[in-house]
Design a binder for this molecule. Sequence first.
Ligand SMILES: [Zn+2]
Length: 469
Amino acid sequence: MQEYDIVIGLEVHSELKTNSKVFCSCKNQFGQAPNTNCCPVCVGLPGALPVLNKKAVELVIKAGLTMGCQINDLAVFERKNYFYPDLAKAYQISQLVRPICLGGQIELEDKVVRLNRIHLEEDAGKLVHCSAAIGTLIDYNRGGVPLMELVTEPDISSADEAVEFLTRLRQRLIYAGVAECKMEQGGLRCDVNVSVKKKGSKELGQRTEMKNLNSFKSVYRAINYEANRQIEILENGGTVVQETRKWDDNHSRSVSMRKKETSSDYRYFPDPDMLAVEIPREDVERIRKTLPLMPDQLRKRYVEEYGLSDYESEILTREKALSDYFNEVLSFYNNPKEVTNWILTEILNKVKDLSEEIAISPSDLAKLLKLVEDKKVTRTNAKEMLARIMENGEKLEALEKEYAGSVDGDALRALVETIVKNNPNAVEDYRTSDTPEKVFRWFTGQVMKETRGKANATKAEEFIRELLK
Ligand SMILES: [Zn+2]
């Protein structure tokens, strides 16, 4: 393994977040009854004409701007001809010669991965394999959904880097509002090109391609499997064949599918139904102004302005939903360090994954932290309240009444007096000890224990100090 370099290039397809499809007005919506979001255009009936969805073009430009791409001033659509049952027209409208975006890059921890291009095309329908008796059915709902294809240069050298690249790309697309990247719905799919070469050699090895991987885990496993397979072939004196292979996640192996096509096999030609798209510079600048902060910019802000650690800011920005949540809590309660502590410990240990909706609203979390700050409830109580809100759906207002300073005033004073009276040794300790604060904390602990944490903490401390004098 040490004697070889692995060379990886990725082609990543993301479904764009538009209301309608890319060449017709059918809805772009996942999970509808089969073949209900279809029209003559997206099932390719003869004579039906495509009309370009401007929003889809804008989203590709937006994606490109987040990765430093050059935006072409003229984009052209070609037909990519091939037959497949889920592609009713027997061609896909795609882009070859003049894509919307060229170049660009994504920075990883230890390297920069250059992009070759980003272009716009249409998704195909979906084959649904049923029982042997029924056979395979076709659902055309996905046909014509706008798809962005991003092609990298072969700059990636390990499965880990491939996953890191995809993680950063996914973040950017979600942050920019370009795509939702729901991998379980096929919203982000990846073709992986892998080749190996002798360490340090300039000459690239023969590559193979694995199509349509739809989880980071299968990308990771497929790359390692394929690199090892190729190395084994070379070690045994064989040659790697250029081909498309199918990754079988259940059996953790890839199998040959077909000999690799080249672009000439697709007989690309300019689509006579599609006008070339002019992209004025004013439009590009207008779109640039709508770009929100990207995760790396947010991380920088969290570290430099809020004083968070790299680790904290990395977790908070991993999912857009979480950084949005954090920012919103801060808009009600501007104490980044304290909010971060609560989110990273008490909140995240109650959710299954970071993109999950958090079962306490940002304003309620802010109110709860304010109650702690004002010493209306203790930290321990606040943690219990948070758990009851998030796990049982209880209301903050009701819990506040239950917890906040319910033992107060004369009753609290009487309780403190009793505790002081019953513990003369501790009182003596407090007066003679070098560390009276430790004894003081023992007394507050007793009060909280007796009241099950429901004492007004500020008042309790006041009474204890007074009675211990
Ligand atoms: Zn349609």
